[in-house]
Write a protein that binds this ligand. Sequence first.
Ligand code: ADP
Length: 383
Amino acid sequence: MAPVILQGVSKVYANGVKAVDCVSLSIADGEFVVLVGPSGCGKSTTLRMIAGLEEISSGSLIVGETRMNDVPARRRNMAMVFQNYALYPHLDVRRNMAFGLERRRSHGSLLKALLNSTYRDKRTAERKAIDARVSAAAATLGIESLLHRKPRELSGGQRQRVAVGRALVRDPVAFLFDEPLSNLDAKLRGEMRTELRLLHQRLRATMVYVTHDQEEAMSLADRLVVMKDGVVQQVGTPTQVYGRPANRFVAGFVGTPTMNFINGTIEAGGVFRWSAGTLQLPQARWVGLSGWQGKPLELGVRPDQIRVGTGSSRGRVIAVENYGDRMDVVIESGGLRLTSRSPTAPLREGTESSFELLLESAHLFDPAAAGNSLPHLSPTSTA
Ligand code: ADP
């Protein structure tokens, strides 16, 4: 295993699309890093450049100590797991898993093999070693009983395990996953996430994982790389990205339900005026808040920081979503729709209700500076 380092890596496709724009990233040996962002933000292109499946337009890719830009994919020893599994339908699971290794092995001369008994012995030993590796990987993934089945005789989850198994047998410098769980149903996806985390704990391998699903990203990552329009927006642990989003885009992208955003203006004494009234901001939370007086800003409040049935703000309950263990209540106030998440909400749709915005962990964003977060003063856990 080895660290993977991207230095100002960009990709411009032949049609002129700049898919990846100067990405710099250092992935530590044994780290699980997830590239996450909306469709088309350049995640797959970044991963494919690491794999060697896409040429790097500018910048450097370093693996271990070696610059890899011009090293062909087959020499990079990266194992890639794709969304569509890419299994060979005519081969059984064992042969599918062994395929990459056998292909590498078969580069020797066939004639030499036929003429030379020492060489034949060596090939027999190699075959045995491959069999042992396939069996070990199958045991790790709990698919020993499937080794003689063809892909069409497997469920989606089992096929996905085989695809991971094929990566596992290769003992690569890094595992690269491109939306590997997208074709599975929600429940199975959840189970596979846990299995991938366990696999990572066991192997301590460098893993780079691409997904558009922020929940999946949060659940898997040691560190997240949030991307938009080919540009890295923030790199950090799930706690850092959730607790201290670098800008409005990251704040809105991470977290379910989405953060509430309220446009308004700062007045004297840290008062925030919005369409439904005023709110007293905890001034100690931000650096130099008074300097923003008179300027339009956007306040961000997570749904679990809005309490309904209490407080001095008023609104109309337009939807109550009951998840059994919690309620999401959508309130309309001042022309905005705000979502509150709370354990209980004895409210009916169509009624008026009081509500309260808890602002101790609120965020402020500057629309004039690409939605950048105003720097926080008060400590938030950065673990
Ligand atoms: P993501 O994985 O985040 O969905 P991609 O890396 O696949 O995004 O694509 C990033 C951008 O590059 C998109 O605008 C996409 O249309 C474009 N793109 C991807 N592959 C190609 C290609 N082979 N040729 C031209 N443009 C491409």
